[in-house]
Design a protein around this ligand. Sequence first.
Ligand SMILES: Cc1ncc(COP(=O)(O)O)c(C=O)c1O
Length: 361
Amino acid sequence: MPWPLAGVSSAVVFEPDRPRGTDGLVRLNSNENVYGPSKGTMEAIRAAVPSANRYPYMRYDELTTRVASLHRVKPEQVVLGCGSTEILRMAAQAFLGTSKKLVQASPTFEALEYYTRSVGAEVAAVPLTASFAHDLDGMRGRAASSTGLVYICNPNNPTASITPRKDIEDFLGQLPSTVLVLIDEAYHHYAGESSRYVSFLDHPINDERVIVVRTFSKVYGLAGLRLGYGIASPAVASRIRAFATLDNVNGMVVRAAIAALDDQQAVREFVKRNADERQEFFNQAMARMLKPIDSHANFVMINTHHPAAEVIQHFGKNNILIGRRFPAMDSYIRVSLGTPSEMLEFWRVWDLLPYANMHHH
Ligand SMILES: Cc1ncc(COP(=O)(O)O)c(C=O)c1O
């Protein structure tokens, strides 16, 4: 019998036929790719199962070479990690210590801050600007000689906002020559190239201070298998790599990642679906007189004008997980984009809030 979906478009094939999970929860809390991994990537994972008894290190060179050629860099500039989280942890260990300081935005993704504190270094957090970009002038003002690292998350988590490329270039131009800058491009594929957002991997500047971090957890749909990487100058890369867990990248994901990179059609499809779902989210929000922060990622941040903790609890009681609290923006919630039916459920539960329709009355 022919496979029933063989003749239909890829859009239909991607419709997730997998169940929600036995707990019945709608997961809009971790900015995952609800449609991933692609079919080809899943096949590669299945094919890797019989080799689960083997240590994976013999496959690292192939993956490293593949990532290097993707970004037109030398293999020695690539550092692989157990998720991009491990790259952030290694960077904290390599460049921060008791007399050192990390400069970052507030709010931003917290993992680097967490590891910075665990190595005994200090964190200087500079609030985002009114347009939710990094306040790079403010950050430069905090970058003293003790600054070991500056973190720029672009697009930024949790706000899904971007910091203009030109502003980052100007910032680098004025920063002390000893200060390293880690640019986290976890949500790169969802941002779309424009004059305001340009990746520092796609269009590198010749600057040894820049470390760029990417992940397989987002558009490639491999959050559960844990793979990320950093790209830096050979010297900086080797300082970071010195803190890697030995055999840090597992044997499933070394093959899955190569299959995922081969499947660029799937990446385009995932990006398109996210863009459609993002547009629909804004339509639904506008219809309720809500104005989310302009999103360049696979999640949206929105001001509820009420304590976020209460709103999170309301969704939780209705089996919908949304993003955690971000104390710097305590009336905002972060919502990852899910499937169309999951988002319908989100808005149904939103409308149950006592103040959901206050603007209509
Ligand atoms: C900006 C950013 N960087 C890094 C990560 C870590 O992802 P992973 O360790 O799965 O690569 C995340 C996860 O949500 C993120 O949002």
